[in-house]
Design a protein around this ligand. Structure first.
Ligand SMILES: NC(=O)C1=CN([C@@H]2O[C@H](COP(=O)(O)OP(=O)(O)OC[C@H]3O[C@@H](n4cnc5c(N)ncnc54)[C@H](O)[C@@H]3O)[C@@H](O)[C@H]2O)C=CC1
Ligand SMILES: O=C([O-])CC(=O)C(=O)O
Length: 350
């Protein structure tokens, strides 16, 4: 190809947008040919507080070959910005409902942080009214355009949005329980950090299972199962359990009306997405906590450790031995979870 033609193609996206097409796609079509091997990942809500750092970190992930950034606002700007990073993944931007299907077609992993965040004084359940409809619409798109993709659902209230997604997929006839994962990784990240502080250890050397769900008392850290093995006084147990359960509220209050956790969440989301991609690649022994369809308790969904493989959450682990404090916490968690799950299911079934 002549140099002039090559330059014209590479700068196509800088020309005034063509109303018939997507100027960003033209830009990418010429770059995609040089793309590295890896997985195709979409982020829905990519221009948000979580979405932007998440997009940046996924662009840095060597397991990603194509990164689709979808939002109802600002997707072109975020895409232009991220696409200048000299890493392997090819980035494409998609703006608004008419481009949702193009954003999703061919995707192998879809990460969803779309929706409104909390302000001080709100519970995660207060977000249901707005976020339930957003998650429904986006999951209908997933069912239509990439029914085999693994879905990492971040939008709150996770305890209800995961059941909503499941019902949408069931209705569409595409539901595979192994492929729908509610992201509770931030609870584990916080638990590792706070426990490490108390023990005087490096957080990277600490592993705390956090089970149940992702709101208040449904977040149940299993401090009796911390690795490396250790013990806590009743005061330490009480302090750590409450701090982990209230970690989100701690950030919401500190941000004082400017939103909830975004940077630590993007870090946690990438840690979890990377585990899903390593599972998809066929790596052995990839185990993380997630809120999934489960038979561990009498509830249809529950967060525990799961083994991630080529087809998603291939094994859901049992709770293991609990102490008395944790058994009481489990009962409380299940009561609240049952209500949140039912609320999600009936939102679609009503
Ligand atoms: N699972 C977890 O551990 C956590 C979940 N969250 C939740 O993540 C969600 C997002 O939080 P932030 O990024 O801070 O909010 P944000 O308001 O900064 O960003 C949300 C983004 O979603 C976009 N959006 C809204 N409707 C959309 C639609 N129909 N399709 C695509 N995009 C749409 C918005 O335009 C915005 O860019 C909230 O629901 C929040 O509660 C936040 C932290 C932790
Ligand atoms: O607390 C919130 O609203 C956001 C969230 O889920 C978290 O930070 O764990």
């Amino acid at each position: 190809m002549e140099a002039r033609q090559r330059i014209a193609r590479l700068t196509a996206h800088l020309n005034p947008p063509n109303p018939q097409g997507n100027p960003m796609l033209e830009q990418i079509n010429c770059r995609a040919k040089g793309g590295s091997p890896g997985f195709k990942v979409a982020i829905l809500g990519a221009a948000g507080g979580i979405g932007q750092p998440l997009a940046m970190l996924m662009k840095m992930n060597p397991l990603v070959s194509v990164l689709h950034l979808y939002d109802v606002v600002n997707a072109p700007g975020v895409t232009a910005d991220i696409s200048h990073m000299d890493t392997g993944a090819v980035v494409r931007g998609f703006l608004g409902a008419p481009q949702l299907e193009a954003a999703l077609t061919g995707m192998e992993l879809v990460i969803i942080p779309a929706g409104v965040p909390r302000k001080p004084g709100m519970t995660r359940d207060d977000l249901f009214k707005i976020n339930a409809g957003i998650v429904k619409t986006l999951c209908e798109g997933v069912a239509k355009c990439c029914p085999n993709a693994i879905v990492n659902l971040i939008s709150n209230p996770v305890n209800s949005t995961v059941p909503i997604a499941a019902e949408v997929f069931k209705k569409a006839g595409t539901y595979d329980p192994k492929k729908l994962l509610g992201v509770t990784m931030l609870d584990v990240v916080r638990a590792n950090t706070f426990v490490a502080e108390v023990l005087g250890l490096d957080p990277r050397d600490v592993d705390v299972p956090v089970v149940g769900g992702h709101a208040g008392v449904t977040i149940l850290p299993l401090l009796s199962q911390v690795k490396p093995p250790c013990s806590f006084t009743p005061e330490e147990t009480e302090y750590l359990t409450k701090r982990i359960q209230d970690g989100g509220t701690e950030v919401v209050q500190a941000k004082a009306g400017a939103g909830s956790a975004t940077l630590s969440m993007a870090y946690a989301a990438v840690k979890f997405a990377d585990a899903c991609l390593r599972g998809l690649r066929g790596d052995a022994g990839v185990v993380e906590c997630a809120f999934v369809a489960s038979q561990v308790t009498e509830l249809p969904f529950f967060a525990t450790k799961v083994r991630l493989g080529r087809t998603g959450a291939e094994e859901v682990y049992q709770l293991g031995p609990l102490n008395e404090y944790e058994r009481a916490g489990l009962e409380e968690a299940k009561q609240e979870l049952a209500v949140s799950i039912e609320k999600g299911v009936s939102f679609i079934k009503k």
